[in-house]
Structure formats: C-alpha cells, structure tokens
Ligand binder design. Sequence first.
Ligand code: GAL
Length: 490
Amino acid sequence: MSPRQLFKIILGFGSLVSLVTGEEWAFPEDFKFGVATSAYQIEGGWDADGKGVSVWDRLTHETPGIIADGSNGDIACDSYHKWERDVEMVKETGVDYYRFSLSWTRIFPQGFVNYVNPYGVAYYNNLIDKLLENGIEPVITLFHWDSPQTFSALGTLSNTAFINLFAQYARKAYELFGDRVKIWITFNEPKVVCQDFHWFLGNVTAVYPAGVIEYLCTHNLLKAHAEAYHIYNREFKATQKGKVSITLNFEWSEPASDSPEDIAAAEQRRQFEFGLYANPIINFDYPQIVKDRVAQRSALEGFPESRLPQFTLDEKLRIKGTYDYLGLNHYSTWYVRASEEEEIGRPSYAADTGTYRYQNPDWEGSGAEWNKVVPWGLRNILKWIKDTYRNVDVLITECGYPDTTGDVDDEPRVEFFRLYLNATLQAIHEDGVNVKAFMAWSLMDNFEWQQGYQIKFGIFSVDFSDEERTRTPKKSVEYIRNVVETRLIN
Ligand code: GAL
C-alpha cells in the first residue's frame, strides 16, 4: 500500500469518527470566530442626535402592517445607548470578531457626504475603540439594507446615480474608521436587496419590478461594490492594510434526484441565486446560463433587448477581482427539481430562475418555517464555492438559528452550532476549503425585518418590555465560548 493510500484510509476513518463524535478536528490557529448584528436591527435611536431617515424608518412608520407584529426599529435593542454592554457581551463570548453595520444616515443624515454628523461618527468611534481595547476586531458592513430615504426618490439602487453616491460614502467611511477597521463588507446579501426585498429600497408603495428593476439593481450594485473596492485599493490599502469584499447569501440547492435534469436544475438555481453576484466578481461576467435564459425569455416577452443589462468589456474587467475574501451568509437548504418552463406572461426574476424547490418535511425545523437544520447543506456550499471559484478564502459572515421563545435555555441553538461548526470543520479538513471565519447570527435577539421581534436569533436574549433592554446570556454563549477556547467541538 502506498503512503498516499494509507493516508486516504486514515483520513476516511477520521471522517467517520468525526461524523459520530464531531470531536477530533481542531479549528486551525488562524481561524476566527465572531458574532454579527446590523444597525437597523439593534441600534434604535432612529432620530437621535441628528440621524437622518432611512428607508426602514419610513417603511415601518408608514406601513406598519408590513411587519408581522406591527413593530419597528425605533428603539430595538437600544444599542445606540447600550453599546458598552454590547462590547462586554462580545467579550464574554470570547470571539475574535464583532461584525456590525454602519447606519448610513446616522453619519450622513441626507445620505450625501457633504455633511458629516459628528454624533454619528462619535458613536462608531466609541464602539470601535472599545472593541479594540478589549481585543475584539471590528468587521464593518457598509450597506446592511437601511439606505437613506432621500435616495428613494431616485429609485435607490435602480438608478446609476447610486454608484457614485455609494462610492463617496465608502471613501468617507474608510477615511473616518479605516485606521482601526481592517475588514470591510460593501453590501450584505445583494440578492435579498435586489431580487427579494428590492421594493424596500425604492418607494414604499412598490411598483411591480417586472423582472427589469431587479437586474438594474444587481447591475448598479455590482458596479458600486467594484468602485468601493477600487477606492480602497488605490487610496487606502497601502496605509490601512485592510481587506474589502462583499457578503453573498446562499441557500444550498441540492438536486432532488440523480437525473441529469434535476442536477442541471440545481446548478441553474445556484447560478441565478449566487453566481449572479459571485461570477462577475470572482470569475468574469454574469453566468452564461443566466445570460441565456433572461435573454431568451425577454425576447419572447417582446423586449427589444435582454432585461439583464450587459457589462462592457471595461466594466467586466473593473468588477473582476474586486474581493480580498468572500463573505458568505448561510441559513438553509432546498431540494431542487427541473420544472416545466413557465409560460410567457408576467416577466419576473422567479420565472427566469425556473426550477422548483421544496424542503424535506422530515428535516429538523426551527422557529422560522423556511429555516431547516441541514448542516450538510453548508458543507456542500463550501465545497461548491471551492470548486467554482478557485478556492477563495471564505468568511462565514452569518449563520444562526431562529426560535420564537427567546428562552435562555436554548439547547436547540447549541445543537445547531455544534452541527454547523462541525460541517465547517469537515469542509476545512476533508474537503480542503479555505474557510477562515464563522460569525454567529446574532449577538442578541433583535428586529428581524418583516418578522419584527417574533423571531429570535440571539445568543443573548433581550427584554424588550424593559426600558433598559436588559440582555441575558443564553446557553449558546457558553457553548461558543468553549469552542473558541478549546478550538474543538464538544
Ligand atoms: C440575513 C440578514 C440578517 C438577518 C438574518 C436572519 O438574511 O442579513 O440581517 O436578519 O438574515 O434572518
């Protein structure tokens, strides 16, 4: 037997044992753990100290019916005032990273960078300094969905003007905080912004996007991301020595059967959902299957050209390579089947995507109907990313478990982290994927967008009936702290 064969057998045995015990692999020394939040979901202080109005302020105030419990983020976890406690909590969890987002209108109330609100800057300066004092590294998201309300009149991301407005905002953020912040994320989950929630970014009274606005948004977002990347590279990287990239969400699409049709359908879905953004940034241009399908359907619908805009060669080259790592948010998994081509009628991204997806009712559930516990989905994603994008460094910027109770005895969440951290270890040790970080969503229960406060992802609970917004650690805090300390799953 060759040493290589022996090695493979040992490895194979290792995986078997690890599946049973999940214990014998350690997280590599350079692997980082973190916890994540976003501004609108936790800060509150919606009009404090000169903050301007964001689309979420306006949306929740004018159309509360759109939020499951009619609530809003006016106070949320009150992190605008309780940020010192937040830092203590991160410290208590023992992790390396705290990922949070900047509220654009807290710093630039109208969205434009001509006026900087000193209180907003002071808030983030204090937070960043306190994190660093405690040995915690800040990871900043520039755009986690709460864009300036002023831009709605322009259609926000569907307008090319957004590209420059975002680039100016990014430059100022690097100028203000980049001496201390070394990991930047331009956009959180573009697919949710453009394909799912796009109407939050335009006018509250949404117009039907007709499979057109979704792609304009995608196109402008990719260009805005690329500009923010290049600005950093050109003007800041030499002195600040940080990294810039984007965070994409990815729910795994598993073929429903071994049939070539289902295998192709699952891949088609991955390309529409993830490749749409990852391919132009890491490889080159939009994925061929996406270009072909949107062009074909657009022609049949009577459009003079594809609803998916084309990049010029210069644009393709400018977007390609604009990543120093890849940010990944992952929540759930679906089976995907080939489906009959949808009839030509109302144009839409969903019809372009084609395919049919469903979840296995036997999969372990959670507090959110769509969020099933399927750890092998994460492992498959990581492997697929490695194979499709030349083993790029991946930072898992969100992964977490929702419940509706907020119980501090959150054993199901502990089990979730045990399984998903184990899948991460398998991806690293068995599949050779370059996963470099795992950030739990979320540091604390918070405003879960359309679900309001009904769905809770926190490892700390927050008492929303108490003016103090008292935070209490759940069991999962201790679990994560232990993993971080031992670098083992137990
Ligand atoms: C993500 C989002 C987070 C959080 C999470 C849980 O899509 O980035 O803000 O809400 O989902 O649903």
